[in-house]
Design a protein around this ligand. Structure first.
Ligand SMILES: Nc1nc2c(c(=O)[nH]1)N[C@H]1C(S)=C(S)[C@@H](COP(=O)(O)O)O[C@H]1N2
Ligand SMILES: [Mo]
Length: 318
């Protein structure tokens, strides 16, 4: 099957091809000209005037979330991707995402909360200082990276929507634009891609909404202009190009779980002791390294997040 093959075909070589500097800069200049902060969307503002602050990439505050591990090369982070909306080969997202227009962008907020509505990206993030966070990133396919994200913690953003006591889970949905996303023209997954977290997971200080990497706006292939980053979970939980956030009472459906429930659970915490039905999760290949390394429980974040799962059987709730 297509999906299963592609999940296997992941190992091996990091493509040496990189985004040419000129292409990268011309895109950034286009974004600057388009006015990252001037998206003229008629959407309600959560914030008091002057609300629609531009996202300020020139003033990124450095966070305490750092690692004593070298960053993965930017070329690898931006050319070795999983983003099936643009194809299933690792190089496809960088190659096929040139027609995707990440701006203007708005996010539909719905469900069990006091302030549902459509919010421009700048309204969601603009009142926070962007910060950078270096996290380990571990794909279920047993490769990993160390990525410097730029964005804001998820919890405070969610709190401003006033989740009700019925909000037990948070759902996320990726944009559906088959014209700009050629992979969506094929039945690779049940589009649009959806993900979810339990509300306490979403509120955890490690959960992050990224709008950039390496100090710059997210390239399309990495989930522009807004993606989730949940560093203690397998990479597929970190849903890209998010256009919808919902508060739900029941556990929301998630794409890989729908596609293959035996292989991909709702929680999908990185766990070296719980094998994937078709391969071991004990080790991983850090992109750029030759030798494999041991995978850490919850990707090395067990001290921070372990208590979220106290009393749960992690073999059963995978
Ligand atoms: N919408 C969407 N989000 C997605 C995916 C995808 O195919 N579609 N792939 C996931 C998987 S499997 C991984 S490992 C990460 C990859 O993120 P990266 O390409 O920025 O490293 O994105 C996740 N988010
Ligand atoms: Mo992944």
């Amino acid at each position: 099957m297509q999906i299963k093959r592609s999940r296997f075909a992941s190992g091996g070589v990091v493509p040496s091809e990189i985004i040419s500097r000129s292409a990268y800069w011309s895109r950034r200049e286009f974004l600057a000209a388009a006015g990252f902060g001037a998206a003229a969307l008629a959407v309600p503002s959560l914030y008091s005037a002057p609300a629609r602050a531009a996202l300020d990439f020139s003033n990124i505050k450095s966070s305490a979330y750092r690692l004593d591990e070298p960053l993965t090369d930017k070329e690898a982070v931006t050319t070795y991707n999983n983003f099936y909306e643009f194809g299933t080969d690792k190089r496809d997202p960088a190659k096929n995402s040139g027609n995707f227009k990440p701006l203007p962008w708005s996010v539909h907020v719905h469900g069990e909360c006091d302030h549902p509505g459509d919010y421009a990206l700048e309204d969601l993030l603009g009142s926070y200082a962007l910060e950078d966070r270096i996290y380990r990133f571990r794909c279920v396919e047993a490769w990993s990276m160390v990525i410097p994200w730029v964005g804001v913690p998820l919890g405070p953003v969610l709190k401003r929507f006033g989740p009700s006591s019925k909000a037990k889970y948070v759902s996320f949905r990726t944009v559906y634009r088959p014209k700009e996303m050629p992979g969506q023209q094929r039945a690779i997954l049940d589009w649009p891609y959806v993900e979810g977290l339990r509300i306490d997971e979403a509120m955890h200080p490690l959960s992050f909404l990224a709008t950039g990497i390496f100090g710059e706006m997210l390239p399309n292939q990495n989930g522009a202009p807004l993606r989730l980053v949940v560093p203690w979970k397998y990479g597929f939980k970190s849903i890209k190009s998010v256009v919808s956030i919902g508060f739900t009472e029941t556990q929301p459906p998630t794409s890989w779980n729908k596609s293959s429930p035996r292989e991909y659970g709702f929680y999908s915490n990185v766990n070296p002791d719980k094998d994937h039905p078709r391969w071991s999760q004990e080790k991983e290949r850090r992109i750029g390294d030759f030798f494999k390394r041991k995978t850490l429980m919850m990707n090395g974040y067990a001290d921070e997040v372990g208590s979220l799962y106290a009393g749960m059987d992690l073999q059963k709730h995978y």
